[in-house]
Design a protein around this ligand. Sequence first.
Ligand SMILES: Cc1cc2nc3c(=O)[nH]c(=O)nc-3n(C[C@H](O)[C@H](O)[C@H](O)COP(=O)(O)OP(=O)(O)OC[C@H]3O[C@@H](n4cnc5c(N)ncnc54)[C@H](O)[C@@H]3O)c2cc1C
Length: 317
Amino acid sequence: MKKQVKIIGCGVSGLTTGIVLLGEGYDVEIITEKLPQDTTSSKAAAVWFPYEVNPRDKAEIWGKVSFLKFLECCSDKDSGVSMVPLTVLIEKEEDAWWINALPKGEMRKGSATELPEAFPLGYIMEVPLVETQLYLNYLLKRFKSLSGKVIQRKITSLTEFDDEDTIVVNCTGLSSRELLNDQELYPIHGQIIKAKPQAQVSCILADFPFGETRDRLAYVVPRKDCLVLGGTSIKGEEEDRPNPDLIAGIIERCKAIEGNITDIEIQSVEVGLRPGRFEIRLERAGNVIHNYGHGGGGFTVSWGCAAEVLKLVQEIG
Ligand SMILES: Cc1cc2nc3c(=O)[nH]c(=O)nc-3n(C[C@H](O)[C@H](O)[C@H](O)COP(=O)(O)OP(=O)(O)OC[C@H]3O[C@@H](n4cnc5c(N)ncnc54)[C@H](O)[C@@H]3O)c2cc1C
């Protein structure tokens, strides 16, 4: 008989891992402090793009696996996943390492008429748009429909599972800093504005930082519920309340890369702390498998990482 699996965490990593393991016949329970709508995952825009996610060679593989899985999700109208044209602006050709993570034929160079005058270098591609406000509920429903259970409580130490004949998968994101005392983890502050949708606006991001401190970003993601304007990428910043002083700069940068944006009607301003790490921790330590530290690309690599967890679970039993 297969062992029981307890997954800690109910963000995109925990839910995706749970669905993959249930699909292989494992009995899976998620234990989580917060439900999906209160996680960092709920703050993501989210488009398929491996931003601040390492190591790159693995992100390429995990990103590609996830891309193809998201394509499958598109056929379910309740998933919140659709394919959209995305323009990625770059400073130098060699910065576009993520090209290798795209399935072949998904990308082409943008022409002068397609790109903003001030940013003449970039690629245009079709990528999955993962509308987190719909997708996390969709994952949760899918997990439960496969008989997965969710228990809401905080785990203070993984040692509580030492005596149990179970496999534990740690998907606690940035909280692994406290849970495991993992000092390699750090927050990457991301502030976004959710504005009233504007039909004429397209999906575009600048894959380079702005400003003196190089911790300002520009990205525009049109969703059904809102127009997401981002953002920031402040490493080590722990503050998770929105900073009003950052709002004008975000709007200015977004307008600079997407000239079709007109008057912004702000619905909300939100902050999420991305779980930064020099590399994703995806490894086995005894009967515990760690899957955290996905930086700014947790959705982008989610299915690939879950497939990797499955391999490690199968090693145990
Ligand atoms: C502004 C912003 C924009 C982003 N845009 C994108 C994007 O466009 N594309 C993309 O791919 N990624 C994007 N990301 C990154 C992405 O959101 C993260 O990489 C991803 O959400 C990490 O997911 P996770 O499930 O590992 O962690 P989380 O979503 O943080 O989930 C962790 C879970 O663990 C639980 N937990 C933690 N500690 C404990 C404990 N002690 N006991 C019990 N449960 C616990 C929590 O309650 C939670 O359920 C963005 C992030 C931000 C902030």
